[in-house]
Design a protein around this ligand. Structure first.
Ligand SMILES: Nc1ncnc2c1ncn2[C@@H]1O[C@H](COP(=O)(O)OP(=O)(O)OP(=O)(O)O)[C@@H](O)[C@H]1O
Length: 306
């Protein structure tokens, strides 16, 4: 379990993390989402005791991380996969960490096997691709068999097979009863992985709830209508209070309608004797819900600093 209470971090007059409070529970995968610069990495660094909070507390299993002797047995973390000594082999890197954390040496082979790096075990890390470095970072996090795992943007640089593998791994780790906390700035990465979400923007909490609740909160229904007389239909629907946008090329005869349900659109079309070729209700994607909720808190919008 990770407990964050009133956590704050200021750099000069910049507040990177602003009175953040939330709990990450064991037995599920919790996604930590926010646009670029929202404060995710800073929060993870404070949980790991790598940055000192300006205010508030972060505890892991009830204790600040620095209070845990032999840290890797309590918390496994992947923060910056590129931040490893390139001259060492994967085995040497993990063996050194195992020694300093009192972890049995056999774990090195086990975790290399787990992440699919057995064949690369004796190669120098400097020659690894980003995806391989991510796998090595995950192996490092797993080394101490810890109950709590943190991953910062773990899917970066992975190929599609790697993404599927890592998703299955996270779900298995959670099913084993561990606390699994993953950060990302992409909702699409969480959609098939996380049960629970913590969403932040500009250092502040926006939502902490099950993914399904978050999706329901942001969902706006829109209806796609097709007609050979789409321009006339659009005018009729706009007059009835809907907002209407062309869908695809202007001459394709398809419009996206929000603010009126499909049955009402059908009735209005009939009333005005406009033929319909399509009428489909669509739920906004989770990605759209996320963008809508965080729009006001994005630090950079279209290249302009806010
Ligand atoms: N050492 C530092 N000194 C000054 N400002 C910092 C420092 N570290 C982070 N910041 C600022 O704090 C804010 C939060 O940064 P952070 O890296 O935590 O965000 P993030 O959510 O992880 O973003 P990203 O998705 O881009 O990695 C940003 O505005 C960043 O510029």
């Amino acid at each position: 379990m990770i407990e964050i209470s009133e956590l704050t971090k200021r750099y000069g007059d910049k507040t990177a993390v602003d009175q953040l409070s939330f709990t990450v529970r064991p037995g599920r995968v919790t996604g930590f989402l926010g646009p670029n610069g929202a404060g995710k990495t800073t929060t993870l660094r404070m949980i790991l005791g790598l940055d000192t909070p300006t205010g508030g507390t972060a505890t892991v299993s009830g204790v600040p991380f620095r209070g845990h002797r032999r840290g890797l047995r309590h918390v496994g973390a992947l923060l910056d996969a590129g931040h490893v000594h390139g001259g060492r082999t994967a085995t040497a890197h993990l063996a050194a960490l195992a020694r300093s954390n009192g972890i049995p040496p056999r774990r090195v082979r086990e975790v290399l096997d787990e992440v699919g790096l057995t064949d690369a075990a004796r190669r120098r890390i400097g020659g690894f691709s980003l995806g391989m470095k991510q796998r090595l970072g995950i192996a490092t996090a797993l080394l101490g068999d810890p109950p709590v795992l943190l991953f910062d943007e773990p899917i970066n640089g992975m190929d599609p097979e790697g993404v599927l593998w890592v998703r299955r791994l996270f779900r298995r780790l959670a099913a084993e009863g561990r606390t699994v906390f993953l950060s990302s700035h992409l909702m699409s990465e969480m959609e098939n992985t996380a049960d629970q979400l913590v969403v932040i923007g500009r250092g502040r909490l926006i939502a902490a709830e099950p993914l399904a609740d978050f999706a329901a909160r942001g969902t706006r229904l829109s209806v796609v209508a097709g007609s050979p007389r789409a321009v006339e239909l659009a005018a009729v629907l706009a007059a009835a209070g809907a907002s209407v946008e062309p869908r695809g090329p202007a001459d394709a005869g398809r419009i996206a309608v929000t603010g009126l349900p499909a049955d009402r659109i059908g009735a209005l079309a009939l009333e005005h004797r406009i033929q319909l070729t399509e009428l489909t209700t669509q739920a906004a994607s989770l990605e759209e819900a996320f963008m809508e909720l965080t729009a006001d808190s994005a630090e950079y919008l279209a290249g302009h600093r806010r």
